[in-house]
Each structure stands twice: as structure tokens, then as C-alpha cells.
Design a protein around this ligand. Structure first.
Ligand SMILES: Nc1ncnc2c1ncn2[C@@H]1O[C@H](COP(=O)(O)OP(=O)(O)OP(=O)(O)O)[C@@H](O)[C@H]1O
Ligand SMILES: [Mg+2]
Length: 350
């Protein structure tokens, strides 16, 4: 399909794994059956496996899961930032009515930063160490056709103020800023063109708890003020519980549960989500031993027979070792576990 061709509407049978709340203007992003593999010696490792995800304007969706389960690969594939050996093997990413997967570099440049921007884990790596903040902002704006010096300066000052940094720091170099300030500069840069969607991959993980919290509060305030949607990848369940509207739990490249945030924390349905939350100490509740999840995620090039989680699942039965569960829709939640399919695992309910 050519990138300009109108996209067919999804059929009624193809309900997304992660459905955005319905709004008059429709979803800001629609990921449909997206699969990504890394090609290596042991064969393809499917790091993203037929993921469907929709995001409503202004929504804050958190993506969680253990290391290696495909969170960053999903984010990179949405932003079309993947490089070999990673390859999109199927599906599409519809943003602004266009399929990003099929876009040319020129079309992409128009979307990236303007419509959608990305904030990575380490601003120290993402920022150019030998260029001032002003020069980096100017480069980003120039790359998108804005060369008028007064406009560039005014917008640069404006976005820095938005993230609580005095515009005198436009002349600072990255090493002259604290870690928290560098992440704020990255967020300011992501805001230069007022995008509809910001993808954040562990943007606060290099910061101490206090800096993390204040950055997140600021991001939420900006979101309320400017209305952009966020996909936020993190390991920090406390940030998820405080800041996200919905949670996507990934395991071995698949969405295994998606839910509005509060119901997930009140009662995770998938045994993997239950394990993840047991590994997360409650700030308010009684002290309980951290059981977590024994073992490690599978090698993505050699997945187990049946459910991907069955070798580690405390509730696995013979059916789980034979059958791959599909994503079951239960109200506004979805869960990929045979416990919730007709017949269950020998009829047992969690
Ligand atoms: N450059 C690469 N080459 C080959 N395989 C890779 C590469 N990067 C990632 N992978 C594979 O993709 C899987 C998912 O990686 P990804 O970085 O998306 O996970 P993640 O959930 O973001 O992990 P983390 O929480 O550690 O950031 C990995 O388990 C690995 O098998
Ligand atoms: Mg990652």
C-alpha cells in the first residue's frame, strides 16, 4: 500500500488489545497487529508480537514488564526509529491518518517532532555534549523549516519556561546542568512543535526519587495544559500507579493485560501482572513478603509451547502448556490467559 493511500477502517472483528476510550476526534494513535523481529544467529526473536494499541488524545498510557519483554522495541517501532537487525514484520502504526510503517524518510521528518516526539532514558546520550541548549533547539527547529531567529529564540525560551528552567540556561551546555535539568531540557525539546503524542522510554530512571517525582508532576501539568498523549515505558510501578490512566503489561513481546490503572492495582488478572505487583511494595498497605516471579523471561527466539508465561506461572496446567491464549475482552480490560477463556484451566478461576 502506498503511504498516501487511505487506510481501511479496522473491521469490527479486529478489536484492539488496548482500546482507547472513545472520543469525538478518534484515537491519536492506532497500532494494529504490529510485529517486530530481531534477526540473529538463533533465528528471529519476535520482540513485539501482534500488538494492538489505541491511544485517545491526552491519554497517559504506561507500558510495563520485565527487562527484555519488548517495551523499548514497541516504542521505537511506533516512532519508526528501529534499525537493523530489527525489522517490522507485520502490522501498521496509524498516526495522523497515515501508516508510519510505510512512510518515506521525508514524510517521517514531517511527523517526527511535529506530531510525535520521543524522550529517551538518558538525556546525556541524547543531547549533543558540545552544543549549547540554544544551538540544539535551533537545530531541531531548523530541521523542520523554522529558521527565523526571533521565532526560534522566543519558542526556545517558552518551552524552557514550561519545564521550569530559566531561559538563561539556553547558553548552558549539557554537562553544566543537573540530571533532572537535562531530562527537563529533553522534554522541552520534545515540546518545541506542540506534538499530539510524546513517547517516553524510562525518562526518569537516571534520576533520584525526588527529582523523578517533581519531573513527573511537571509532565502531568504540561499534559493537562497542552493536551498531548503519552506512552510511558517504565519499571517503576509507583510512577505508574500515580500518573497513568491506563496500563499495558507486556510479557515476551505480547500484551498480556491491559486495564485502566486503578482496577489493575486493585486486582491484577493475569498471573504475570499479579507477580509484577507482588514484587512492588505497597506504600500504604500492610507489609507483605515480596514474592515476585521466579525465573526469567523466555528466549524470544525459542518460545515455550503454549502460553509464553507457562514455565513460570504458578497456575499453569497442561492446557497452558499446549494452547496459546488469546486476548480476552472483559469490560474495559483485556487479559491473555486461559483462566479467563471458556473452560479455563480445568475450570479453575483465579
Ligand atoms: N540490538 C538487538 N539485537 C538483537 N536482539 C535485540 C536487540 N535489542 C533487543 N533485542 C531483543 O529484543 C528483546 C526486547 O528488547 P527491548 O529492549 O525492547 O526490551 P525492554 O522491555 O525495553 O527491556 P528493558 O526493560 O531492559 O529496557 C530482547 O529481549 C532481545 O531479545
Ligand atoms: Mg527498554
Amino acid at each position: 500500500m502506498s503511504p498516501q493511500a487511505p487506510l481501511p477502517p479496522p473491521s469490527a472483528a479486529e478489536a484492539p488489545d488496548v482500546a482507547a476510550p472513545r472520543t469525538a476526534s478518534g484515537p491519536v494513535l492506532s497500532v494494529q497487529d504490529l510485529s517486530v523481529s530481531y534477526w540473529g544467529g538463533a533465528g528471529p526473536a519476535r520482540a513485539v508480537d501482534q500488538v494492538n494499541l489505541e491511544l485517545a488524545p491526552g491519554e497517559f498510557v504506561a507500558v510495563v514488564g520485565e527487562s527484555g519483554c519488548g517495551k523499548s522495541t514497541l516504542l521505537f517501532s511506533i516512532a519508526k526509529l528501529l534499525t537493523p537487525p530489527a525489522e517490522v514484520t507485520g502490522g501498521q502504526v496509524v498516526f495522523g491518518g497515515q501508516n508510519m510503517v510505510a512512510m518515506t524518510d521525508k514524510q517521517l521528518r514531517a511527523v517526527r517532532w511535529r506530531g510525535m516526539s520521543v524522550v529517551m532514558q538518558s538525556a546525556m546520550n541524547a543531547l549533543n555534549p558540545v552544543a549549547s541548549v540554544r544551538a540544539q533547539f535551533a537545530d531541531a527547529m531548523k530541521a523542520h523549516g523554522e529558521r527565523r531567529k526571533d521565532v526560534v529564540l522566543a519558542r526556545s525560551e517558552e518551552v524552557l519556561r514550561m519545564v521550569g528552567i530559566d531561559p538563561v540556561h539556553l547558553s548552558s551546555y549539557p554537562h553544566q546542568l543537573s540530571g533532572g535539568m537535562r531530562q527537563r531540557v529533553m522534554i522541552a525539546m520534545a515540546l518545541l512543535f506542540s506534538p499530539e503524542l510524546i513517547l517516553m522510554d524510562e525518562p526518569t530512571s537516571a534520576l533520584d526519587v525526588v527529582a523523578q517525582r517533581s519531573l513527573m508532576v511537571q509532565v502531568k501539568q504540561l499534559q493537562a495544559q497542552l493536551g498531548f498523549a503519552i506512552i510511558f515505558v517504565t519499571h517503576d510501578m509507583s510512577l505508574v500507579s500515580h500518573f497513568s490512566d491506563r496500563v499495558v503489561v507486556m510479557y515476551a513481546g505480547q500484551v498480556v493485560e491491559q486495564s485502566p490503572t486503578r482496577p489493575l492495582f486493585d486486582g491484577p488478572m493475569h498471573p504475570y501482572a499479579q507477580g509484577l505487583l507482588e514484587a512492588f511494595p505497597s506504600v500504604y498497605g500492610p507489609r507483605v513478603p515480596l514474592l515476585g516471579i521466579p525465573g526469567n523471561p523466555p528466549d524470544l527466539a525459542q518460545l515455550p509451547q503454549g502460553c509464553n508465561f507457562n514455565p513460570r506461572c504458578p497456575r499453569a496446567t497442561d492446557r497452558c502448556r499446549a494452547e496459546s491464549p488469546r486476548l480476552v475482552e472483559l469490560g474495559d480490560r483485556r487479559v491473555r490467559c486461559l483462566l479467563y477463556e471458556p473452560g479455563g484451566t480445568d475450570g479453575a478461576k483465579p
